[in-house]
Design a binder for this molecule. Structure first.
Ligand SMILES: *Cc1c(COP(=O)(O)O)cnc(C)c1O
Length: 432
């Protein structure tokens, strides 16, 4: 199907009704295991010589369709593995690239949970991390690449301040040093950006957010394009020949031998999904597939509404600043023109001039259409104060680096009528 455009692929890729009793909607295979039938088939499955489903922790036909659809929505990608949450996707991707050694190079603008995992999970595995204090200049990444740095990890549009990094320049630095670039593309979704077009090697998602877009599921995914050379000496975990990869004929095999086009996601499936077990439920895969059917329509509408709300906020006397690439004088406008011609997402933040805590509480509690909750990318519009909620995990110094302040209010724009959203903010301004 690779000749078709995004909007066709998001409805059809990876699914052939004739292979599923002609069901039009992707069936939910609510089963733990799949019959082995013959010992030959069992051997093929257990020796990784067949990609058919064996046990739902490792794969499932509903989830397989989602993996294939996500792969198709990223031209250049060779494979994907869908997981039980965005955090499973982030941690499995980073566990896979570090394998208990070396350093992660990231920014303080990372999602709070991801940032905290560098210390709380990776610290326990012996992996260290470095934080680029000012990631707006790609040279600052290069300055921190050390002998044992294994990966550069960034987000394509950050949350809550909607900053944009120069992905291509950062990818070039990573590749110059023989390490991959992993991009968390959650806020952008593949509709607004395909990070593989600009040198990313691995893309991770919280599918919980805009990808599914209905605030009804927790899910994640890791997508790869099979281009990075994991055999360059820095990543022995891909070259090794673990006992469980031995062939039916008894020949030792590496991850490259078993998954030649998808060594990265193949290894995540065989190791992290298999042993840590963050498997997505088939019903949740179905919900993500359903959300993706309307991805372009939802994201394009919410981006347009977000831009109108940016213009509205910029003209309010109560507002000190607005962060979104559509804002006048926003310093990411040039990068947005290069990476986000369809718009730079539907997340924005702003600060009130009167920024005492009582005023902020009054504002948050005055809105009626916006929903006060810790999520983004819902069909409903959301509001929150990140400093004491979503980004509370960040130490004060990291909040400072991430440019998150007590007065920062984040909006995630959904699909309501934009005039109702603006009227809702207007009455909240009147309340303070
Ligand atoms: C929400 C989020 C995550 C974590 O995803 P969950 O599905 O909540 O586990 C990771 N990265 C980004 C950018 C997110 O917004």
């Amino acid at each position: 199907m690779s000749n078709y455009s995004f909007d066709t692929l998001k409805l059809h890729a990876g699914y052939n009704p004739a292979e599923h009793n002609h069901a039009v909607s992707v069936p939910i295979y609510q089963t733990t295991a799949f019959t082995l039938d013959t010992v030959k088939r069992s051997d093929d499955l257990f020796y990784f010589d067949s990609a058919e489903a064996l046990y739902t922790r490792l794969s499932n036909p509903t989830t397989d369709v989602l993996d294939a659809r996500l792969t198709a929505l990223h031209p250049g990608a060779t494979g994907a593995v869908t997981l039980s949450s965005g955090m499973a996707a982030v941690t499995y991707a980073l566990l896979n690239v570090t394998a208990g050694k070396g350093r992660i190079l990231a920014t303080a603008r990372s999602y709070g949970g991801s940032f905290d995992s560098f210390e709380q999970i990776f610290g326990e595995t012996g992996v260290k991390y470095d934080i680029v204090e000012n990631p707006d200049d790609p040279a600052n990444f290069e300055a921190l690449v050390k002998e044992d740095t294994k990966v550069i990890y960034i987000e394509s549009i950050t949350n809550p301040n909607a900053t944009i990094l120069d992905i291509e320049a950062i990818a070039n630095i990573a590749h110059k040093h023989g390490i991959p670039l992993i991009v968390d593309n959650t806020v952008a979704t593949p509709y607004l950006l395909n990070p593989f077009d600009f040198g990313a090697d691995v893309v991770v998602y919280s599918a919980t957010k805009g990808l599914t877009g209905h605030g009804n599921v927790i899910a994640g995914a890791v997508v790869e394009n099979g281009k990075f050379n994991w055999k360059n000496g820095k990543f022995p975990q891909f070259d090794g020949q673990p006992h469980f990869l031995v062939s039916q004929q008894g020949v030792p095999r590496s991850f490259y031998d078993v998954f030649p086009d998808t060594p990265f996601t193949g290894r995540i499936r065989a190791i992290h999904l298999n042993y840590l077990g963050g498997a997505i439920a088939p019903f949740n895969s179905y919900l993500v597939l359903l959300g993706i059917e309307t991805l372009s329509e939802r994201i394009s509408k919410s981006v347009k509404s977000a831009e109108k709300i940016v213009e509205f906020l910029e003209n309010r006397p109560e507002v000190a600043w607005v962060n979104h690439a559509h804002a006048k004088n926003n310093k990411y406008r040039d990068l947005a023109a290069k990476y986000f011609p369809k718009g730079a997402g539907a997340i924005l933040s702003f600060g009130l001039k009167k920024n005492d805590r009582a005023t902020i509480i009054k504002f948050l509690e005055a809105v009626k259409v916006f929903s006060f909750q810790a999520n983004i990318g819902d069909a409903r519009s959301l509001i929150i104060n990140p400093s004491t909620t979503t980004h509370i995990e960040l130490p004060e110094h990291a909040q400072e680096l991430a440019d998150i302040h007590t007065e920062t209010i984040r909006l995630s724009i959904g699909l309501e009528d934009v005039n109702d959203l603006i009227a809702d903010l207007e009455q909240a301004f009147a309340a303070i």
